[in-house]
Design a protein around this ligand. Structure first.
Ligand code: ZN
Length: 283
């Protein structure tokens, strides 16, 4: 095991480019499980759980609320849960320390803002399914997203009996339609200018990495994920000098034969694994 960790550190050290792919498994290792009816969900979303009967954050995000006041009560709580006044988790701090001096780029379907919170540069992030800190027009009248921090905190603080005050409900400054968080919860999700710019930055990063020593670090993406994992594995197979390092638990750990010789699989709790890598790096 120790040898494997040394090999990973060596690969990171020698890499010209590091491409990080991350999904739910990374968030779970930080203690945020959007699929679970766990103690954290019950503590922070207990009243929603009781009122609507849903059993995890994901169900809450897709729930059809009876009113805007009630919908925003949930989403502002979700914002506060993930972001507001939060310090980066030890997992994310360690991950940042591991790559901060390298030429890195992150592609993630996590919408919790935790990469940015840990110090990862915005220009080096592609948040493919959006980010809970931003708002968009539900009608998508303009290709714009808006910073939501202030209004989301206010709605979270001032909500009562599962409703936010009506006067706080954000309306699109252009068309007056209801706003929604810029997270892919339905077909209105806007892939506007900001999203396109991040996508372009991701493509540019891959293009510049061509032929060089590219290390793909993949954290907690399900074996059959087509959105991020499949493209990263494909990239590894076509890039001669690429390595693929996947961190996950047991059955979710998957490496296809085509890239087996260039890959390392690390089975275990991602939080512990990254912590261990950091300790070895500093040793
Ligand atoms: Zn609008």
């Amino acid at each position: 095991m120790e040898e494997k960790y040394q090999e990973i550190l060596e690969k990171i050290k020698k890499a010209d480019s590091i491409l990080i792919g991350a999904s739910n498994g990374l968030a779970i290792s930080e203690g945020y499980n959007i699929f679970a009816d766990d103690s954290s969900f019950q503590e922070h979303f207990g009243e929603f759980r009781q009122k609507y009967g849903f059993r995890n954050i994901l169900q809450g995000a897709f729930y059809s609320y009876p009113s805007e006041e009630e919908r925003w009560a949930f989403f502002s709580r979700m914002y506060a849960y993930f972001v507001n006044n939060k310090e980066a988790s030890p997992v994310m701090k360690n991950l940042y320390e591991l790559v901060k001096d390298k030429n890195y780029f992150v592609v993630t379907s996590n919408t919790d803002s935790h990469f940015a919170l840990a110090g990862f540069q915005k220009e080096r992030l592609f948040e493919i399914e959006g980010n809970i800190r931003y708002l968009q027009c539900s009608d998508g009248c303009l290709n714009r997203i808006y910073k939501g921090n202030e209004i989301l905190s206010k709605m979270e603080q001032e909500q009562e009996n599962g409703k936010v005050p009506s006067n706080l409900i954000p309306k699109c400054p252009e068309c007056g339609c209801p706003m929604q968080v810029h997270v892919e919860v339905d077909r209105s999700f806007l892939r506007g200018e900001v999203w396109q710019a991040s996508f372009q930055a991701y493509k540019d990063f891959i293009e510049k990495a061509h032929g060089k020593r590219l290390v793909v670090l993949e954290f907690g993406i399900g074996a059959r994920n087509q959105l991020i994992k499949a493209p990263l594995m494909k990239l590894t197979s076509v890039e001669e000098n690429a390595s693929y390092i996947t961190f996950n638990r047991g059955s979710e750990l998957y490496i296809p034969d085509a890239i087996a010789s260039k890959s390392i699989a690390v089975d275990g709790d991602i939080a512990e694994v990254i912590e261990h890598l950091m300790q070895l790096k500093q040793a």
